[in-house]
Design a protein around this ligand. Structure first.
Ligand code: NIG
Ligand code: FE
Length: 413
């Protein structure tokens, strides 16, 4: 395998010198390992890095990183990038005063996307999702979790998961697949929710488990969607088939979603816009990763998850884009992180850890991704000429990523 050496890098952020992949909590979220005037040597994995005074003089390929900073690729632990069509008409309706819930109740929202997806050929779904994957790579993303949930029929949910599997096979991005058949109740089951839930638990889940089509099972546990008891039932069925939980919770109401997620040992509970002290206390006594999605608060004009309060209470958090057509039509991690700094009052170091090592934990890939560590995947990016990490979120909206390597392979922009 050919080796590459990048010399004269202004600063490398996110280094750990040993196999310290620990989840960062509370005040630890402010700690970011940095070396200035540095080099990195890699093949598909990181071989070594350090100050220029220790720089080796040999490699198959030598590059100059002057003026750039180097960061581990972002770990985006919550997305829905397989979808059909778009929903800008709903965006305009919301600007005119309609709420997300009103639009959903009148058959828009997730059901609108499901109707479009059911009419779309899998090859077209794949083509569009692949394009979105390349888009997020250009923003610096090196690992991403992708959910189903716009199919809502056996055939369409399985098609979505097969598209995700194809993306895994054809990309250098590390991908985790999540089954979200319980995203909404399809119209035709409105009068008999249990009939659809039976299809999810007795038809979809067993097929998905047998064919290894998903790593996790998710449920949208919220007012107007799935109740706590329904969520508990679905997650238990999934656990019996070997699928761990991830959950959409407390976006629209204080739904009890956090508690049912923790009860089912969820890897992460995501959204959290409407949580209080009780949920924060429960999270402190669990290994579940609280994951906030600032784009949703920005785009739907709803409260932000209380991340400042959560970190000050000693919790660690992950941050993700939730890239989807309804509540976050953006997969730009740095823009999302800038929103988190400005609106949640998080520091650049805190959002950095939330989007790298803690995001890796939310996908259980902390041993291979999320930091600059010898032996981890060579998945990182060099920026354009910016002075430091804070500048990235200060000059928000610009794409500062110049070159990105995933598993040591440079990606075309
Ligand atoms: O994470 N909240 C539930 N699901 C998605 C949005 C779904 C949609 O509106 O299409 C989310 O926000
Ligand atoms: Fe989501």
């Amino acid at each position: 395998m050919r080796t590459t050496l990048i010399k004269n890098i202004k600063s490398i952020y996110g280094i750990t010198n040993n196999a310290d992949n620990a989840f960062k909590k509370g005040h630890q979220m402010k700690n970011v390992g940095i070396i200035h005037d540095a080099y990195i040597l890699f093949d598909t994995k990181i071989l070594e890095f350090g100050p220029m005074s220790d720089c080796p003089d040999r490699a198959d390929n030598i590059l100059d990183g002057s003026d750039s900073i180097l960061l581990p690729a972002w770990c985006d632990s919550h997305s829905h990038i397989v979808f059909a069509g778009s929903r800008e008409n709903e965006f305009v309706l919301r600007l005119q005063g309609k709420t997300y819930e009103e639009i959903a109740k009148s058959g828009g929202g997730i059901l609108n996307s499901a109707e479009k997806l059911q009419k779309t050929r899998p090859e077209d779904l794949y083509r569009d999702a692949h394009k979105r994957l390349n888009e997020v790579i250009s923003y610096g993303t090196g690992a991403i979790e992708i959910k189903s949930g716009y199919g809502l029929t056996f055939e369409s949910e399985i098609n979505m998961l097969k598209v995700i599997r194809l993306l895994k096979e054809n990309s250098d991005v590390e991908i985790k697949a999540t089954f979200l058949g319980a995203h909404a109740i399809p119209k035709q089951y409105a009068a008999d929710r249990n009939a659809y839930i039976r299809i999810v638990t007795e038809e979809m889940l067993p097929y998905i488990a047998t064919n290894n089509l998903a790593d996790y099972c998710d449920v949208f546990c919220d007012e107007g969607f799935y109740t706590v008891d329904e969520t508990d039932h679905i997650l238990q069925k999934a656990a019996n088939l070997g699928l761990k939980a991830k959950i959409h919770a407390n976006e629209l109401a204080n739904s009890g979603g956090v508690q049912v997620g923790i009860k089912n040992n969820a890897v992460s509970v995501d959204h959290l816009e409407r949580i209080g002290m009780e949920e924060i206390e429960c999270l402190k006594h669990s290994d579940t990763v609280p994951t906030a999605l600032p784009n949703v608060s920005f785009f739907l004009n709803i409260p932000y998850a209380p991340c400042r309060q959560m970190i000050d209470a000693g919790l660690g958090i992950a941050l993700a884009t939730d890239y989807n057509p309804g509540s976050s039509p953006s997969g730009n991690m740095a823009l999302m992180m800038a929103i988190a700094c400005h609106q949640m009052k998080l520091t650049p170091e805190e959002v950095f850890n939330a989007a790298t090592i803690n995001g890796a934990h939310a996908m259980e890939i902390q041993n291979t991704h999320g930091s600059i560590t010898v032996g981890k995947a060579a998945s990182f990016f060099l920026t354009d000429n910016i002075p430091n990490l804070a500048y990235m979120f200060y000059h928000f909206g610009a794409n500062h990523i110049q070159n990105i390597w995933l598993n040591g392979k440079i990606q075309n922009k």
